[in-house]
Write a protein that binds this ligand. Structure first.
Ligand SMILES: NC(=O)c1ccc[n+]([C@@H]2O[C@H](COP(=O)([O-])OP(=O)(O)OC[C@H]3O[C@@H](n4cnc5c(N)ncnc54)[C@H](O)[C@@H]3O)[C@@H](O)[C@H]2O)c1
Length: 381
């Protein structure tokens, strides 16, 4: 095999973007697409000269694909992925891998059992900034982390939520900003700072006519005593992306597209315990964080999965690591609704029961004009 034959399930906004991206990835060949909306399937199939399906099982069983990208609304990621995995087809799931931790577990287990490659589209992981930050954390340059913070706000209009029946509903997506817009930064936050063991959240619907939260704040408590703060929203402008990890040996800040790191001359506890001077301050040296030139964005993740299938290249964004963000999202949504702390790992049964209850509160949503257009700002980074 010199090219991996890919199918895409769900070719509305993001899926059609992935189809176009594949034209420039030499390790892959788009061979089939699927969308429950027949006109969308036919249009995208014609645009790329490939076969179009309206049922994902037919695409998986067609013999035309070695791997699929699942770019449907989130609730369909697990059933489509698991069906494909059982048929020995490799899977790249859009984020989040699932709406509930229980379904996410099932995907991870299915991938393991069938020994296929499983990746998640957390394209931020391919950026030079993330790779540099991860290296600092993995090399232990921060030391033991004692405080974390992440603020991630990205404005959305009412027209965005009104563009599809599934958006902004419990039944259609199982949450609001936390499950749809925030997962990329949550993945960065969790994979660098670790999963908290307890979350106390406040969620709110401030600006949009939607059923789900457009704003969330949470206090985090970690095993080992660290504490943290998290905030996300689609209600604020200008947008903010800020992440801070404070460790005994150094401090890491990611702000927009910058990564800054300060190395402490002495571990903080040691300095505090040993300096005899009343007003003495620790010494910290800011290091230049080298950013390597590398391909980033959706194409990098698709190419990486293909190279993993062809040559055994390690996955940049392994599917099982997609479970971390689902844990955090579930804990934050549930804590916000219940008004009390929620532990991580999240109680699988309790969360599934909670989401079923929330789905029953969903009201049918009428959409004047459905739009399947992905954010023009993404795909590049
Ligand atoms: N990684 C990113 O940067 C990024 C960006 C946008 C969206 N997404 C993710 O992509 C997914 C889709 O979002 P979107 O904005 O493209 O939505 P969209 O509504 O524009 O497109 C989804 C498409 O899936 C189709 N569909 C629904 N159920 C299906 C099924 N069972 N089988 C086949 N097709 C089905 C719909 O008809 C629609 O065309 C979401 O999970 C979202 O979180 C990721």
């Amino acid at each position: 095999m010199d090219k991996v034959r890919f199918g895409i399930v769900g070719v509305g906004g993001m899926g059609s973007g992935h189809a176009r991206a594949m034209r420039d990835i030499e390790e892959v060949k788009l061979t089939a697409v699927c969308d429950v909306d027949r006109s969308t399937s036919e249009r995208v199939a014609a645009e790329h000269g490939v076969k179009g399906f309206t049922d994902y099982e037919d695409l998986v069983d067609s013999g035309l694909v070695d791997a699929i990208i699942v770019a449907t609304p989130h609730y369909f990621h697990p059933p489509v992925s698991i069906y494909a995995m059982k048929k020995k087809i490799h899977v790249l799931s859009e984020k989040p891998i699932a709406v509930t931790v229980k379904d996410a577990d099932a995907m991870v287990a299915a991938a393991k059992a069938s020994k296929v490659k499983f990746a998640v589209m957390y394209q931020t992981r391919s950026t030079p900034e993330y790779q540099a930050a991860r290296k600092l954390v993995e090399e232990g340059r921060l030391g033991k982390i004692y405080r974390t913070m992440c603020v991630d706000s990205g404005f959305r209009s009412q027209a965005y939520y009104d563009s599809a029946a599934w958006r902004g509903t419990w039944k259609g997506e199982g949450g609001g900003v936390l499950i749809n817009q925030a997962p990329h930064k949550i993945d960065v936050f969790m994979s660098l700072g670790g999963l908290p063991s307890k979350v106390l959240a406040w969620t709110n619907t401030r600006r949009h006519k939607i059923e789900v939260e457009d704003e969330a704040s949470a206090l985090l408590s970690y095993k080992g005593g660290a504490v943290g703060y998290y905030h996300t929203s689609t209600t604020e402008f200008p947008n903010t992306e800020y992440l801070e990890l404070c460790g005994e040996n150094g401090k890491l800040v990611m702000y927009e597209d910058k990564v800054r790191f300060w190395a402490l001359e002495k571990p903080l506890q040691e300095f505090s315990d040993t300096t005899p001077q009343m007003w003495d301050q620790p010494k910290a040296r800011e290091e230049v964080v080298e950013l390597e030139k590398r391909e980033s964005g959706h194409a990098a993740i698709i190419r990486n999965l293909a190279r993993s299938i062809l040559y055994g290249e390690p996955l940049l964004s392994p599917g099982e690591e997609g479970l971390m963000s689902v844990e955090f999202i579930n804990a934050t949504i549930m804590s916000g609704k219940l008004g009390k702390p929620v532990k991580i790992p999240v109680d699988r049964k309790a969360y599934s029961a909670f989401i079923e209850k929330m789905k029953r509160t969903s009201k049918p949503k009428r959409v004047k004009e459905a739009k399947r257009i992905t954010d023009p700002r993404i795909g590049k980074a």
